[in-house]
Design a protein around this ligand. Structure first.
Ligand code: BV8
Ligand code: ZN
Length: 261
């Protein structure tokens, strides 16, 4: 942890790549973990343009269910620590594979959503995009004002990532001094390739995960543990110590909400 803290202090340009693991402590099921979304439904059957063409109602029932689950969830200390880091780093880019919007809810600003957002709907007929945060949609599948079929504003398997967003993500990985890779199994491409791009462009790469991934042996530092605990310790050790003391002090009752200056 101390080496990573030192690199963070020295870094002028920081990029972060996050996956489902950073939202796990908020209650968002990860994709491949226990109870993971894929366990219940095979990805090919749901998160592909072919599946949507075959049965838009089935695919929408799955996305509507995920939206309903997500609507009740809040960012965790890991999300807040990253928002804090952005405030004090001159050049900071947060690249997320998550479609849940929890980084933005925690106050992160420069967020590149390489796999889109579950809160955006796109019309297959007129192409218009609209944000819709209604927990469960009144009509499944939802229709556009033009009568066209709406689809979730996410990137499905076999689909290209949004060009401008992906270019910005590659540029951030190439130019950063330090890349933090947090809570991703690093198996979905091209997103997983950003770590190799950063490393080969001379950046230091630090990974935080509760388990090893295909990246863990190729990067500079692997920090084993939940990101909701390790990110505050890495980014604001003083505050993390105060919160831990406060939680310990309040041992009798539920830990108080973290103190945010
Ligand atoms: C494309 C949105 C081409 C939808 C998603 C190269 C090699 C092999 C395959 C390919 C390749 N290139 C392309 C492919 C195919 C494919 C792919 O990668 N397949 C994989 C499965 C092998 N990629 C694509 O199809 C991409 N498109 O290539 O298009 C193209 C190009 C031009 C023109 C036309 C086409 C598109 C990929 C995007 C798909 N959409 N999501 C939706 O959400 O419904 S991917 C989705 O799954 C997520 O966004 C995320 O990316 C991925 C899940 O991975 P993670 O987020 O990492 O989650 P996971 O559960 O796997 O792991 C959680 C991790 O957290 C674990 O490591 C766990 O240990 C850890 N963890 C758990 N708790 C904690 C924790 N860590 C810390 N703290 C904790 N508390
Ligand atoms: Zn339309």
């Amino acid at each position: 942890m101390s080496a990573a803290r030192e690199w963070l202090k020295q870094a002028r340009s920081v990029a972060v790549l996050t996956g489902a693991g950073v939202s796990a402590e908020s209650g968002v099921p990860t994709f491949r973990g226990a109870g993971g979304l894929w366990k219940r439904q095979r990805a090919e059957n749901l998160a592909t343009p072919e599946a949507f063409a075959r049965d838009p109602k089935l695919v929408w029932e799955w996305y509507d269910w995920r939206r309903t689950v997500l609507a009740g969830l809040k960012p965790n200390p890991g999300h807040y620590a990253l928002a804090e880091l952005e405030k004090r780093t001159p050049n900071f880019t947060l690249i997320t594979q998550n479609v849940d919007g929890l980084h933005e809810l925690a106050g992160s600003r420069n967020v590149l959503r390489v796999h889109g957002s579950i809160w955006m709907l796109r019309c297959l007929t007129c192409g218009s995009e609209q944000q819709d945060r209604r927990a469960s949609l009144p009509e499944i599948p939802p229709r556009c004002t033009c009568g066209g079929l709406l689809r979730p504003g996410v990137v499905w398997f076999g689909e290209a990532l949004p060009t401008a967003v992906w270019r910005a993500a590659e540029a951030a990985a190439r130019s950063c001094d330090l890349l933090l890779v947090i809570g991703t199994s690093a198996v979905v491409y091209p997103a997983a390739g950003l770590a190799h791009l950063a490393k080969s462009s001379g950046a230091r790469v630090v990974e935080i995960n509760v388990a090893e991934t295909p990246l863990s042996r190729e990067i500079d530092e692997f920090l084993l543990g939940p990101s909701g605990e390790l990110l505050p310790q890495l980014i604001s050790p003083e505050r993390a110590r105060r919160n831990a003391a406060a939680a310990r002090f309040d041992g009798t009752r539920m830990p108080r909400r973290p103190v945010r200056s």
